[in-house]
Design a protein around this ligand. Structure first.
Ligand code: VIB
Length: 233
């Protein structure tokens, strides 16, 4: 079976979770509290800057020319596309460089970025590619779904339109073609690692909405007296 067909079935619960998450639902209906979107953008800035570096690193590590070309094109496209759109958002929301620098990275953003880098040490350039794929793929599906109605808020609509874009679709199709070819010629162990890397990223994409929605922070430990250690079932 094609890699993309196999994993699309496996990630359905997490992607459905993303589609149904209040962050996405409220972004579409214009009820999303601006502070939540702000927190998302700041955390996502951390994510995007590492995502771009990761693509250059995959390009260095791979021996496959098509992968190297794709990675460099994506990293460059990111600089002129998504990061440029974000600069405009930051201006509209008056998010300063100082505020970004002073906001600690949240655990989930840190986890997600670490998961992708880890592939370059513990995995291969193929598993790193697989870990990075839900990023453009899930967001494109979200963009297409949300663009059917659009959001009444011009800022949220601009966010949606970035991902519903036709250029994004063409680049995604090309990435899927390349990864399907890599999967076919990989060993069974590497194939399994590629599936796992993509599934973990899909769960972390889902967790990313919740991170923003709850203003997730690191545990404080005993900083404010005795911490409560509650067992969860
Ligand atoms: C957590 C998180 N996941 C995915 C994206 C979307 N995204 C990031 S880079 C890129 C271009 C793909 O090469 C796209 C679509 C995001 N912004 N934040």
């Amino acid at each position: 079976m094609l890699f993309t067909k196999l994993v699309r079935q496996k990630v359905t619960p997490y992607w459905e979770g993303s589609f149904q998450h209040p962050f996405i639902q409220e972004l579409e209906s214009d009820n999303l509290v601006p502070e939540i979107f702000r927190y998302y953008l700041i955390q996502d800035q951390y994510y995007l800057s590492h995502f771009s570096r990761l693509h250059f690193l995959i390009a260095q590590q791979t021996t496959d020319k098509a992968v190297a070309d794709l990675m460099v094109a994506e990293a460059k496209g990111l600089a002129s596309g998504e990061l440029a759109v974000r600069r405009d958002f930051f201006k509209q929301l008056a998010i300063t460089d100082k505020e970004v620098a002073q906001t600690p990275v949240a655990p989930t953003a840190y986890h997600y970025v670490s998961h992708m880098y880890r592939q370059l040490i513990d995995g291969t350039s193929n598993t790193a590619f697989a870990a990075a794929l839900p990023c453009s793929w899930l967001y494109h599906e979200i963009g297409v779904r949300l663009n059917q109605h659009g959001s009444p808020d011009p800022l949220y609509q601009q966010w949606i339109a970035t991902y519903a874009d036709k250029t994004a679709a063409a680049q995604l199709q090309q990435a899927c073609r390349v990864i399907n070819r890599l999967y076919q010629k990989s060993s069974v162990a590497e194939q399994q690692a590629m599936v796992q890397a993509l599934c973990i990223s899909s769960q972390l994409e889902y967790a990313f909405w919740q991170m923003a929605y709850t203003f997730e922070r690191w545990p404080k430990g005993a900083a404010n007296g005795s911490p409560k250690h509650v067992r969860q079932r």
